[in-house]
Design a protein around this ligand. Structure first.
Ligand code: RIB
Ligand code: CA
Length: 308
């Protein structure tokens, strides 16, 4: 029986990579996609979800719910890395007549339909989850687990020297979620920075017989030429969070409470809290068997059964 998943996303290229992986995996069923502002604004993120779904053309089309956009003025986006549209300006069309609903409704419907089984994979700012905790705390408690790509626990950030993008964009929501006591697995830059694809991997995807493989091969060309510091590489950040669900044996994780700095020069910093009784520990993924992960990733994305 596949595990039901809600994919909460700001729909950049690495989000598209993660979504394609989740939809290719027989062990998972994406039963909902909820969008949030981050890499691009929430309306563009929502359109990107539709563009990817139209390209992948899955047997069952998951509902897409438009979520929220962190409100702070002057927040960074990722258009310099992922292009103005967030998907590497890959030219995928927005499907004609495609419509989306509301993220809150997707959460309410799917968490009620799959109580205790549904995993939320959150790979953008945690604004939607923070709002659910404020408005309907018992609802999110129906999730089996939250797997969150975000944070920089023992390594430098990627937006400031101390903060990672998803947490930085909405640190108040992140602080709420990470201290909620919910069963959370945090997948920070400490581990996601270790998984980079290069041109040989891209060529492998381009030569595959699957829609997902070919779509991603085109999509990653733009960010590969713009990865700060190391052009020719593509960091699959969000796909690592899906990998934690699919291949847990490849990862090392530990338990600790994580505090989020919500303002000032440390805004968005995720600080490990050791030995504090009143805090809520989460699982933090700190390392991965990179070669095996990349092999599994490419095999699943290029596998025949995903040709739809
Ligand atoms: O810091 C990496 C994260 O920020 C990824 O989720 C990427 O898509 C951006 O949202
Ligand atoms: Ca993301």
């Amino acid at each position: 029986m596949p595990h039901p998943v809600i994919f909460d996303t700001d729909m950049g290229v690495d989000d598209a990579f993660a979504l394609t992986l989740a939809m290719a995996a027989n062990a998972l069923e994406v039963v909902g996609i909820c969008t949030v502002g981050g890499n691009v604004g929430v309306d563009q993120a929502t359109a990107n979800a539709g563009r990817c779904l139209a390209a992948l053309c899955p047997t069952t089309m998951p509902p897409v719910g438009r979520g929220r956009d962190p409100s702070d003025a002057g927040l960074p986006d990722a258009t310099s890395i992922f292009g103005a549209d967030g998907l590497g300006e890959c030219g995928l069309p927005v499907p004609a007549g495609w419509a989306c609903g509301d993220a809150q409704t997707v959460y309410e419907t799917m968490l009620s339909r799959h109580p205790g089984e549904l995993v939320v994979v959150a790979v953008g700012p945690l604004t939607n989850l923070g709002a659910l905790l404020d408005e309907n705390p018992s609802l999110l408690a129906k999730a089996q687990r939250l797997v969150i790509m975000g944070g920089a626990v023992f390594c430098p950030g990627n937006v400031t020297p101390k903060a990672e993008f998803n947490i930085y964009r909405d640190p108040i929501a992140a602080a709420k979620v990470l201290s909620s006591g919910l069963p959370i697995t945090l997948v920070p830059l400490d581990v996601t920075r270790k998984v980079a694809l290069d041109e040989s991997h891209r060529a492998h995807l381009a030569a595959s017989s699957t829609r997902g493989g070919r779509m991603l091969a085109t999509m990653i060309e733009y960010p590969m030429s713009r990865e700060p510091g190391r052009p020719g590489r593509f960091l699959v950040h969000d796909a690592v969070a899906v990998g934690v669900l699919l291949w847990p044996e490849l990862f090392l994780q530990t338990r600790m409470a994580v505090r989020v700095a919500v303002d000032g020069p440390d805004r968005g910093r995720t600080v490990p809290v050791v030995g504090s009784r009143e805090s809520s520990p989460v699982s933090v993924v700190l390392s991965v068997q990179v070669t095996d992960f990349v092999e599994n990733l490419l095999e699943l994305l290029c596998s025949e059964e995903f040709v739809v």
